[in-house]
Design a protein around this ligand. Structure first.
Ligand SMILES: C[S@@+](CC[C@H](N)C(=O)[O-])C[C@H]1O[C@@H](n2cnc3c(N)ncnc32)[C@H](O)[C@@H]1O
Length: 211
C-alpha cells in the first residue's frame, strides 16, 4: 500500500455508490465488455494491468474474455487510489487478480512489466496527466500497448460529471498530443462496437504503443 498521503481519495463510499448507478444507467459495463471481448488483443502469458480499476468493470470483462477464449498463462493486475472502490471490487469478485492501492504516479511495479494496460475514466482525475502516463509507460514492455478510455471534452460530459469529482476531459487531438509528448507511438483511435454504439457519444478509446 504505497499512497502519497497528499493525494486526496476522491472516490469515497458515497461517490462509489453514485458512480455505480451512473454507469448502470448508461449500460457502461456492457459497452466496456463488448469492446474488450471484440477489440482487446490478449495473448497467452500476457500480464495485463487495469489502471484506476475502480470496482473492476474492465478487469472483470478481461477475465471473461480470457475464460471464453481459453487464453493461457495470463496474469491480471489492478490498482486504484480509493480504498472504497477497491472494497467494492473485492465484494463483486477479484479472485486471481493482483489488486493494489496505488497512486498512478507512484507505481510499485517493475519497469517493462506489462504487455497490456487498460485504463478508463481515471486519467481525467489526475492533475498532471503527463506524469501519470509516463508512470504507466515505464511499466509497459517495449512492444506493449495501452488502451485509454476517456470521457470526451463535451458540454454534456462537463455537466454530467460535475458531481463526480469534476474530471478534466480531453479531445482526441489533445490526448494524442499528450501521448506523443510522453513518448507513446502508433496512436490509433478505436470505437465501441455497434452493439454499444451510444458509448461513442460519451467517450474516446485510444490505443498507443511503446517501442
Ligand atoms: C470514474 S472512476 C473509473 C473507475 C473504473 N476505471 C471504471 O471505468 O469504472 C475513476 C477512478 O479513478 C481512481 N483514481 C483517481 N485518481 C487516481 C490516482 N491518482 N491513482 C489511481 N487511481 C485514481 C478513482 O479512485 C476512481 O476509482
Amino acid at each position: 500500500m504505497s499512497v502519497n498521503a497528499n493525494i486526496p481519495t476522491l472516490y469515497d463510499k458515497a461517490l462509489c455508490s453514485k458512480y455505480k448507478i451512473l454507469t448502470s444507467a448508461f449500460f457502461y459495463p456492457r459497452g466496456i465488455r463488448d469492446f474488450i471481448l471484440q477489440g482487446l488483443p490478449i495473448k497467452d502469458n500476457d500480464r495485463i494491468l487495469d489502471a484506476g480499476c475502480g470496482h473492476g468493470i474492465l478487469s472483470r470483462a478481461i477475465r471473461s474474455k480470457i475464460k471464453r477464449e481459453a487464453v493461457q498463462g495470463t496474469q491480471q493486475f489492478a490498482f486504484d487510489i480509493s480504498d472504497d472502490m477497491l472494497q467494492g471490487f473485492r465484494k463483486t469478485g477479484a479472485d486471481g487478480i493482483d489488486l493494489r492501492r496505488l497512486d498512478v504516479r507512484e507505481l510499485s511495479y517493475d519497469n517493462d512489466f506489462f504487455d497490456l494496460i487498460v485504463t478508463s475514466a481515471m486519467l481525467e482525475y489526475v492533475p498532471d496527466i503527463e506524469n501519470a502516463l509516463s508512470s504507466l509507460k515505464r511499466c509497459l514492455k517495449p512492444g506493449g500497448k495501452i488502451y485509454v478510455f476517456m470521457s470526451k471534452k463535451t458540454r454534456l460530459n462537463h455537466f454530467l460529471f460535475q458531481p463526480f469529482g469534476k474530471p478534466r476531459c480531453y479531445s482526441f487531438p489533445e490526448l494524442t498530443n499528450i501521448l506523443l509528448r510522453v513518448g507513446f507511438q502508433n496512436i490509433e483511435r478505436q470505437r465501441f462496437p455497434a452493439s454499444s454504439f451510444w458509448l461513442n457519444i460519451w467517450g474516446i478509446i485510444v490505443e498507443a504503443g511503446k517501442t
